[in-house]
Design a protein around this ligand. Structure first.
Ligand code: HEM
Length: 143
């Protein structure tokens, strides 16, 4: 279970459903150069890829949440590092349901199927694109 939870966090961190959080307003001048009353659109991939926040940030490595003890908070309460469901009063009301459903889906897929690439596809293409939510640019073929 801890590894599955870590996997789902890393999955959402590396492949977020949305590139931007919803618009938030700054209510007071922050340490950063953001004036009060500004509208903030937070671009999630930049936070996930920031080497100052994450060790080897581009690597897909669920272990970071287990053995290397990287911070695991996904609510934004402990800092704006992994706000996969947004943060603050407008945080996604489906945080618990969303993570539970993804965990169950991943667990069932791993348990029920043997996964391998289609012979015509020597490499998996992880590029993504926006179609309402973020999806794979090129879907893998069925075997
Ligand atoms: C893994 C699945 C999901 C992810 C990653 C996700 C992510 C997000 C994000 C990033 C926001 C913006 C929050 C902010 O800017 O602070 C949001 C808002 C919201 N989400 Fe989700 N969401 C998911 C599933 C769902 C589902 C299944 C529902 C409904 C059944 C839902 C309902 C909402 C609603 C109503 C808001 C707006 C909250 C508000 O503005 O007060 N989400 N979600």
């Amino acid at each position: 279970m801890p590894y599955l939870q870590a996997f789902v966090k890393e999955l959402l961190q590396k492949h977020p459903l949305t590139y931007f959080s919803l618009t938030h307003a700054s209510v007071e001048a922050m340490k950063l150069d953001v004036p009060p009353d500004a509208n903030l659109e937070l671009f999630l991939p930049t936070i996930a890829e920031d080497e100052r926040l994450w060790l080897k940030s581009l690597e897909f490595n669920p272990e970071r949440f287990i053995s290397s003890g990287e911070m695991t908070d996904i609510t934004g309460l402990a800092g704006i590092r992994m706000i996969l469901f947004g943060a603050g009063r407008r945080i996604c009301p489906s945080l618990a349901m969303g993570t539970t459903h993804i965990s169950l889906m991943v667990a069932w897929m791993v348990q029920a199927f043997e996964w391998r690439l289609h012979p015509a596809e020597p490499k998996l293409d992880f590029q993504d694109t926006v179609e309402w939510t973020v999806v794979m640019k090129r879907y893998s073929r069925e075997g």
